[in-house]
Design a protein around this ligand. Sequence first.
Ligand code: MIC
Ligand code: SF4
Length: 754
Amino acid sequence: MVFDLELIQKSYNELSAKVDAARTALGRPLTLAEKILYSHLWNGVEIKDFERGKAYVDFAPDRVAMQDATAQMALLQFDTTGRKKVAVPSTVHCDHLIVAKNESNTDLKKAVTENEEVYDFLASISNKYGIGFWKPGAGIIHQVVLENYAFPGGMMIGTDSHTVNAGGLGMIAIGVGGADACDVMAGLSWELLMPKLIGIKLTGKLSGWASPKDVILKVAGILTVKGGTNAIVEYFGEGATSMSCTGKGTICNMGAEIGATTSTFGYDESMSRYLKATGRTAVAEAADAVKSYLTGDDEVYANPEKYFDQVFEINLSELEPHINGPFTPDLATPISQMKEAAAKNNWPTKVEVGLIGSCTNSSYEDISRAVSLAKQVAEKGLKTKAEFTITPGSELVRYTIDRDGFLDTFAQIGATVFANACGPCIGMWDRMGAEKQERNTIVHSFNRNFAKRADGNPNTLAFVASPEIVTALAIAGDLTFNPLTDTLINEKGEAVMLDAPSGDELPANGFDAEDAGYQAPAEDGSTVQISVKEDSKRLQLLYPFPAWEGVDLKGLKLLIKAKGKCTTDHISMAGPWLKFRGHLDNISNNMLIGAINFYNEKTDHVKNQLTGEYGTVPNTQRAYKAAGIGSIVVGDENYGEGSSREHAAMEPRHLGVRVVMVKSFARIHETNLKKQGMLALTFANKEDYNKILEDDSIDVIGLESFTTGVNLKVVLNHKDGSQETLDALHSYNEQQIEWFKSGGALNVIRANSI
Ligand code: MIC
Ligand code: SF4
C-alpha cells in the first residue's frame, strides 16, 4: 500500500516551477536543502534570499509524525484548538512505552495491558481527527516512516528529535515539540529559523568493517554536540551515492546528536531501490521523472565552498570504525586507539552487554552484516562473551529477518530479541541488577548515550558503535578488541580472526510481514468520543497557561544553577517517567531532577530560599508556586540538548518557573520554551554565569517594551544587598513575543479559532 500517493504526485508536479522560481529569485544554483525549503514556503511568502541563521521563515510541511510519548501532549493540545480534522496527513506510532525485559512477546503483552489507557486514548483521538495509528509492536516511528511515508524532496516534521532519519530518503525532516506539530495539524504555517548549510562531501567507498554509522560517529567527533545547531547538513559525492538508503538514514538519524536541524542526501539509485523494495514503485517512478530537482545542482557540488557555510570532506575508503562515548555521543575514538583511550580514562574494558537495533540501526542491511559475524562464532569455535540483544526497528524488518533465518543465528549466540520498540534506548530496559549501580560497560548501536539513559544506572558507561562493531565487541567481551587487527582465542585454544562483515542491502526475497500494525482512521470521526478519566494518573486534560501580567518580572528566586551538561534527559527524565507523559502535573515531579546543582555538585538538591532548607527541585519549586513567587533556572552551554520532549518546557511552565537563562540553547528546546510562553534568555557575556549566586533574587527588566533584537536587562539582587545588572540576549521574533505575552502559542491559536 502506498500512503498519500496523490500528495506526493502533486508535490512533484509543482516542484520544477517552484525550484526554478527560487533559482531565478536567488540568481544562483541551489543546494538540495534550499530546493526543498523553497518549494515548501508557506503560501504567499515572497521568495527571497532569506538570511541563513537570522531570518524566520514560514513553511508548509507535507506531513506530521508523532510517537506515543510525545503524541499525548501534542494531541491534548490539538484537542483544545477546536479543529475537526488534521490539516495534513499525520501519524501516531506506539513505540516508546514498551519495557524491554524478557523477550518480545511477553514484553509486548505486558505493555499493552499496562499502557491500555494511553493506547486507547491515542487510538481514539487518532481515529477522531483522521490520524493514522501504528499499534504497539508495529515498530519505531522513524523506521516505520522511512518504510512507508518518507519521499524524496518532501518536508515533514515530527515530535521526536530523530525525525531527521527520513533525510536518508532525501527529505527535509525536522524534530519539533508537540506545540509545533499542533500548529501544522491545525492548518497553520510552521516557522523555522532559516538554517545555515553545512556540506559534507563523501569521497571513496566504504569497505570492510567501516559502515555508514562510522561516518556520523566521525562527524560527531568533528562537529561536537552543538556544531550543527541551526544548520542543515547536506551530504553529497560518490561516497554518498555508493551507500545504501538505510545507511544514509543512519547518518541523518544521528545528525540530531550534533544538534543539526536536519541532514539530507540527494535522490539516487539507492533510494529508488529502497522505495521499490518497500512497495513504493509508483513513488520511485514519480521521483525519477523529476530527479534533477531532487538533488543539489551540479555547480553546487562542484564548488561547494561557494554555496555552503561550511564544507568538510570525508574519504570513505580511509574511514576507520569509531566507538563514541561514554556519556556523550561526540567523544569519538577510532577503534585502533581504543586500547589507549580506555587505559587512560580507566574505562572498564569488559563489555557486559552488546545491544543492536533501535531507530538508528536496524535495517535489513545492518542486521544481515551483524549476523555474518554471529555466524562465525560457531564456524570458528568461539563463544560469545557478553550478553547480546536485538531491538528490531519495525515488524517489517523483524518478520523478514526471522523468515531469512537471522534470528535463529542470533539465538545460537544467546541473543535476546526485544519488541519492535525503543526499549533500552530510552531507559525502558528493566536490566537485571541495574539497581546495584555497579560501574560497567555496554556497547550499543543506538544514537544517544547520556548518563542513565539505557538502564537508569549512572555508572553504566555506554559506548556507541555500528551494529557490526557492537557484535564483534560482544563476541570478544572486550571494549579494546580491534577486529581489524586482533585475534580471539577459540574453544580449542587457537587464535582466530573474525572476517569482515558482509550482508545484503535489501532482502533478496523481498520484505514481508503478516500484520504491519497499521490502523486507518475513520473517514468521519466526528462522533468518536475521547475520554480522559477525572482521576487518571496517566492522562490529564490541559488548561491554558495564564497570560503575561504586563509588567517586568521581579523578585524571581533562583531555583537551580545547573552545572555542565543539562540535556532534556536531565530536565525531564525518560525511563520510568515516560508513563506520565500525558499527565502534566504528575510528570512535573521529575523536573530537573537530573541536573547538577552548581553550588553543591549534587542532583536534585537545591536551596529553598523561603526556608533556607535543601530539598528536591520539584518540591522546592512547588513551594515557590504555592507562595505565588516566580523563579528562574540558570544553565550552561547547549542547555536542553537531545530530545524534542516539550515536557522539559511545560513542566517548568506549569510549576511557575518564568525564565530560563543559559550560556546557549539547543534549537528544539529553545523553541519549546518560547511556545509555552516562557522567557528563554542567553547571557550576552557568558562569564556572567559566574555572577549568579545561590541566594539571588532576580529581576528581568525591559519586558514592557519587549522588542525583537533588543536586549533585556537582568538584575541580580544579592543577599548582601548589592546588585549587579547583566545584559540578556533573546531571539524572539514578533510572533514569539506575542506567544510570551499571551502565555503560550496555544492561547494565540485558540483566540484565533473563536
Ligand atoms: C529520545 O531519543 O530521546 C526520544 C525519547 O525519542 C525523544 C523523544 C521523547 O522524549 O519522547 C527525542 O529524541 O525527541
Ligand atoms: Fe526511540 Fe531511541 Fe530512536 Fe528515540 S532514539 S526514537 S528512544 S529508538
